[in-house]
Design a protein around this ligand. Structure first.
Ligand code: MN
Length: 438
């Protein structure tokens, strides 16, 4: 961007923590979507941006001539507006993405001369159907929390919880993109093979040990060609943005099938994604180094050394509401609260590792972190750990106990970043209700 354009009143940086919006709900200190956030999503099959409790569809803004000429006359930008998902916006070069973000901020900033025009276009977010925001060609799930891997490992392999590779290599598996669903989609309890003794024989029926996994996902914003890699120093800039992910898991199916090739049908019956993608620029103030490695930990290989530090200080919560609680209008019960800053492997390490063999990452590919768990019981990000395989049930607000999810339970995940002197940057919610097996 040239110096002349940066003085254009139609471009304002939302990275200024003092900036305020004329959309009043955006200035609510406990809200997720201040003008510093401006996450992208998809509404009515087109790209949109969230501000407070409102949504601005970008095609509406284009039709109302609200974008600077440099965007409105760009073929790439016009093509991005025609794409029904965020893939087109992610394909824009960095300068155009920044210009778009600053243009949107200028429209929504306090004192904007365009206020009257924009106000007519805003839609209530509550009336917009959540979508999976990208066409996701491939979905990969990692296993990047040391606390989660150690807890789960100690349940499945008490004598050998953390396998010898774990601190050397970010462990992951290829998930299934076809069963990614939008927040609010109900999840049918899956059937599968389960065993009552380790050696079998199995029976086939509905999973009895249905679980959620609290994860952070990120969408690839810049592709690499097959046969080329993504250097770790470049990995952060290749991430378009972040969302919440619930990797629904059938623990009884998983236990029988996971060896030797890893998760399969225990995972791929559904994965829920939150609708608003928080871009890197909004999260930059909350970037932190990964946790320090102990003296006994192996040295990280050079291709995985992430000196910039790309963990994020995102507080993550899981809440559950039973059918009875929803009928009585009770608030959901907070089941856990943890932080993404505790992850052993960082997003840049996951992405650089994924491409380190020449695997081509495509724009819109989704990489998820694996269950985010901390050191304390109440920071464990799935019921398997939270109830320690059902041996320590939790109690919901209606007095009922949970070892694993019951039919009708709604799982609600929330995430937000907070720091003194800065507006809170939130992710909104990732929701889903468990339906009975069919
Ligand atoms: Mn997972």
């Amino acid at each position: 961007m040239s110096a002349g354009e940066s003085r254009d009143t139609r471009l304002v940086s939302p990275e200024d923590p003092a900036l305020r919006s004329w959309v009043e709900s955006a200035n609510d200190a406990s809200g997720d979507f201040p003008i510093q956030n401006l996450p992208y999503g998809v509404v009515d099959d087109g790209p949109a941006v969230r501000i407070g409790d409102r949504v601005l569809c970008l095609r509406d803004a284009l039709d109302a001539d609200l974008f600077v000429k440099k965007l409105a006359s760009s073929d790439e930008f016009l093509m991005a507006m025609d794409v029904g998902w965020l893939n087109g916006i992610a394909e824009l070069d960095t300068a155009q993405q920044t210009m778009l973000r600053h243009n949107i901020a200028a429209l929504l900033a306090h004192g904007s001369p365009a206020r009257a025009k924009v106000e007519r276009l805003l839609r209530p977010a509550a009336e917009c159907e959540p979508s999976v925001p990208f066409v996701v060609g491939d979905y990969t799930d990692f296993y990047a929390s040391l606390h989660h891997a150690t807890n789960v490992g100690s349940m499945f392999r008490p004598t050998n919880p953390l396998l010898p590779n774990w601190k050397h290599v970010p462990i992951g598996y290829h998930g299934r993109a076809s069963s990614l669903v939008a927040s609010g989609t109900s999840i049918v309890r899956p059937h599968g093979q389960t065993v009552s003794s380790d050696e079998g024989p199995p029976t086939f029926g509905p999973s009895k040990l249905m679980d959620y996994e609290l994860e952070v996902g990120f969408f690839v914003g810049r592709a690499n060609e097959l046969g080329t890699t993504i250097p770790i120093a470049d990995a952060w800039n290749r991430i378009f943005g972040f969302a919440l992910v619930n990797d629904w898991s059938a623990r009884d199916i998983q236990k029988w099938e996971y060896q030797p090739l890893g998760p399969f049908l225990a995972k791929n019956f559904a994965t829920t994604v939150s609708p608003w993608v928080v871009v890197r620029d909004a999260l930059e103030p909350f970037r932190v180094p990964g946790p320090p490695r102990s003296a006994e930990d192996p040295q990280t290989l050079p291709y995985l050394t992430d000196p910039a530090g790309t963990n994020l200080d995102i507080t993550l919560e899981v809440l559950i509401a039973s059918v009875a609680m929803r009928e009585k209008g009770m608030a959901p019960t907070l089941v856990s609260r943890g932080s993404f800053r505790d992850m052993f492997w960082t997003p840049a390490q996951m992405l650089a590792h994924h491409a380190s063999n020449g695997c081509n990452m495509e724009v819109g590919d989704l990489l998820a972190s694996g269950t985010v768990s901390g050191t304390t019981k109440d920071s464990r990000g799935c019921l398997l750990e939270r109830t320690w395989r059902g041996t320590e049930p939790i109690t919901l607000g209606d007095g009922s106990e949970r070892k694993f999810l019951q039919d009708g339970d709604e799982v609600i995940m929330r995430g937000f970043c907070e720091a003194p002197g800065r507006p809170r940057i939130g992710f909104g919610e990732c929701r889903g209700i468990v339906l009975p097996a069919r």
